[in-house]
Design a protein around this ligand. Structure first.
Ligand code: NAD
Length: 332
């Protein structure tokens, strides 16, 4: 099977090359360019393309992939909101993904953001490097015996709940379904109760129509003063303008964001030579109690290795005509 790999970063190639030896029937060519309707034509002669979260796997790309004779789209991520599944089905192009690779990777990053925002590690790092050993502006709070509110207790939210329990926190949660795995130590409450009682709120629900802008002026007003908010899920869960208003009103002790509304054009790119004009991201970055990372929650050795293995296993299952549960179909 020949796979054309789009949007290749050095770490992608390294991770995949560590494992391809175990898959002698698979041959991969790596392209730096991302998948678009134009670049899809490069896939002529390949059986499959491998794409990522920022790839355009929409309607026009599907037309071009069909024209090129591609039969399989391997998404090396969990999400598939950027894939035109209807067109794929119409052309008989199979789409496969990696549903869960390492929930702990994302949960540990969520706690890293919470701790950084709380203990002002980002400021302390810079101060000490400048020989400023004073403690002004670095006062934090104990997480021990505080309340953590987890919104969405699926795989990642459950891992975060366990981490918070390890810190000696009381853990409460809001979800449309309760996770029985957490019954021993998590109390499920309404969203309003969670907002009113939590010292740390961590978002782990998916972005859907009913969760879009879940955090907005009204829900922020219901939070405790001095709350820490962490979002490692999707930027659209938080209405950024309202968040900025809340930060300016001193509502938040700290904010940690791995995802944010404007991230798509920035994510995984080096824009250090550019000026972010009219950017709410730049506004967010101007606050001393806000810590932003660029969608790196998934980025651990273990998670990347799991992504590679599942992606290659998906290719093998397709080749053998087997279903392994990682097919993405329209009804999902
Ligand atoms: P999951 O499907 O295991 O869990 C999601 C949970 O959210 C489920 O328990 C579901 O019932 C709950 N939920 C659904 N609608 C809800 C609502 N309206 N209110 C509250 N809860 C609701 O997913 P997961 O693997 O834990 O991933 C969670 C999210 O993390 C994903 O949607 C993705 O956006 C994000 N993610 C981020 C990174 C990163 O690198 N930052 C990596 C992977 C996933």
């Amino acid at each position: 099977m020949r796979i054309l790999f789009f949007d290749t970063k050095t770490y992608d190639k390294e991770s995949f090359e560590k494992q391809t030896g175990n898959y002698p029937a698979i041959e991969i060519d790596y392209l730096k360019t991302d998948l678009t309707p134009k670049t899809a034509t490069l896939a002529k002669g390949y059986d499959a393309v491998c794409a990522f979260v920022s790839s355009d796997v929409g309607s026009d790309t599907m037309d071009a992939l069909h024209e090129a004779g591609v039969k399989l789209v391997l998404m090396r991520c969990a999400g598939f909101n950027n894939v035109d599944l209807e067109k794929a089905a119409a052309y008989g192009i199979k789409v496969m993904r990696v549903p869960g690779y390492s929930p702990e990777a994302v949960a540990e990053h969520a706690m890293a953001l919470a701790l950084t925002a709380n203990r002002r590690i980002h400021k302390a790092y810079v101060k000490v490097r400048e020989n400023d050993f004073s403690l002004g502006g670095l006062m934090g709070m104990n997480f021990y015996q505080k309340t953590a509110g987890i919104v969405g207790t699926g795989k990642i939210g459950a891992a975060m709940a366990k981490i918070c329990r390890g810190f000696g926190m009381k853990v409460i949660a809001y979800d449309v379904y309760q996770n029985p795995e957490l019954a021993d130590f998590v109390e499920y409450v309404t969203l309003d109760e969670l907002l009113a009682s939590s010292d740390l709120i961590s978002l782990h629900c998916p972005l859907m129509d009913n969760t879009y802008h879940l955090i907005n002026r009204e829900t922020i007003a219901k939070m405790k003063d001095g709350v820490i908010l962490v979002n490692t899920s999707r930027g659209g869960l938080v209405k950024t303008d309202d968040l900025i208003e809340g930060i300016r009103a001193r509502k938040f002790f700290g904010v940690g964001l791995d995802v944010y509304e404007e991230e798509t054009k920035n994510v995984f790119e080096d824009r250090s030579d550019e000026i972010l004009e009219h950017s709410t991201t730049a506004r967010l970055l101007s606050f001393p109690n806000v810590m932003i990372t660029s969608h790196q929650g998934f980025f651990t050795e273990e998670a990347l290795a799991a992504i590679c293995k599942t992606t290659l296993d998906n290719a093998v299952a397709f080749e053998k005509g087997e279903r392994n549960g990682n097919e993405v179909e329209e009804r999902q």
